[in-house]
Write a protein that binds this ligand. Structure first.
Ligand SMILES: [Zn+2]
Length: 419
């Protein structure tokens, strides 16, 4: 099924479906929002890293998305996102995706040709002095040195985005896909001024960028709440929105260009801030989650009891044993206090209700354990290896799981963000 239009719309929401079993349950949350009068475009995102760890492929993501769309008669746009792709990994996704997240974080700070730096600085000389951005009260001081620094930090990344974009364009044709540029997987947040010049660079590469995923201050650990200064986040988020509006006009970027928040799932304390700021600015938003759905699969299995609970316990057992191996690739986006992890024996003694209370992201519940939650978040590799047991269990307990998956997306994410 083809999208009638490749327009992302004002609000869009990325859901990850690691084991390709929950597309319908996820879509039913979007349907509920639609019934409440809020149109949110569904995007199924899966990164190269996830495909690699699970040994899955984007064709399956596309197939499950199309099936869900057909079954639930979804008649507005939807997308399949090649999440965090590079020039080299993008080929894998070309046939199946119509949303591409160009991850150029590895090129930040890498050097490019001196003449490119020079012409970038020349091109932006008109901004030298005290720069005012509508909607931001503080003034930004721009001088030649600052422009050079920005070019040295970001120009190579911008050029790499251009190279990757042109590869996709050559394969799929212009206007046939959504483009996101992501710079979130890096240590240092980009300042509003940097974002402004990065957007100019992307316009210079002729990339019709739909969404930009910057790195925000604070920690976005996987599957758990935000750790950082909420007031600082609000200020940063507001300023980034203002910069985007200004850049759209200055560099003739697409009217619908919006921020993308790679949330790492479940940044509940940020949701009310994001909601308030986007509503008062009449701004759009793309938000990405992924692992939160896989954790709901585990909760559904645990709640189902019997073999379902045993599988959930076994996954925890193996995850504890393989702690270093599982956490390694995610070191910069998890913070697990090992001393707070229950032993596998303890978890084996839990019933489904207790397992659920420990894992479910309800900070008001005293049994909730964010260390266990983060470990299980990265434990999907274990489930993938148990596929002969895991996949049949997903089918056997499909109803209980679907209820958890759908409720989670709608009640804990969409409602506080959009409704
Ligand atoms: Zn990201």
């Amino acid at each position: 099924m083809e999208n009638q239009s490749k327009t992302l719309g004002k609000y869009s929401f990325g859901v990850g479906d690691r084991f390709s079993h929950q597309a319908q349950a996820q879509l039913s949350a979007f349907q509920k929002a639609k019934e409440q009068g809020v149109q949110i475009t569904p995007v199924w995102n899966k990164s190269y890293r996830e495909h690699n760890i699970i040994s899955s492929n984007p064709r399956e993501t596309r197939r499950q998305a199309d099936l869900a769309i057909e079954k639930l008669r979804w008649d507005t746009p939807y997308f399949v996102d090649a999440d965090h792709v590079t020039f080299d990994s993008v080929d894998f996704f070309l046939d199946s995706s119509d949303f591409f997240t160009l991850d150029v974080a590895d090129y930040i700070g890498k050097s490019t040709l001196d003449e490119n730096i020079h012409s970038f600085v020349e091109k932006h000389k008109r901004y030298v002095g005290e720069m005012e951005i509508p909607g931001i009260s503080e003034k930004f001081i721009v001088d030649i040195k600052r422009l050079e620094q920005i070019a040295q930090s970001y120009l190579k990344a911008v050029e790499e985005a251009g190279r990757t974009y042109r590869k996709i364009q050559a394969s799929k044709g212009s206007d046939q896909f959504v483009v996101e540029v992501s710079m979130d997987e890096t240590d240092k947040p980009q300042t509003p001024l940097e974002i402004f010049f990065i957007l100019s660079g992307l316009a210079g590469e002729n990339i019709p960028v739909d969404t930009l995923a910057p790195k925000f201050s604070g920690r976005f650990n996987k599957g758990v709440d935000y750790v950082g200064d909420l007031d600082l986040f609000r200020k940063e988020f507001e300023q980034d929105l203002a910069v985007i509006q200004y850049a759209i006009k200055e560099f003739s970027l697409p009217e619908g260009l919006k921020l993308s928040v790679h949330s790492g799932s479940d940044k509940f304390s940020l949701y009310p801030i994001i909601k308030e700021v986007i509503q008062s600015n009449n701004a759009g938003l793309h938000i990405k989650t992924a692992g939160t759905t896989w954790l709901e699969e585990l909760i559904g299995l645990a709640l189902a009891g019997g073999e379902g609970l045993e599988i959930a316990q076994k996954i925890y057992h193996n995850s504890v044993q393989r702690f270093d191996e599982l956490c390694g690739p995610y070191a910069s986006v998890i913070d697990i206090d090992k001393l707070n992890l229950p032993s596998a024996e303890t978890v084996n003694s839990w019933d489904g209700e207790f397992f659920t209370r420990a894992l479910r992201h309800d900070q008001s519940c005293q049994d909730y354990n964010q260390d266990l939650r983060q470990l299980l978040h990265v434990g999907y590799k274990v489930a993938a290896e148990m596929k002969d047991q895991y996949y049949p269990a997903l089918d056997k307990y499909a109803d209980t799981i679907a209820e958890q998956v759908s409720e989670n997306i709608y009640d804990r994410h969409m409602k506080p963000l959009f409704l």
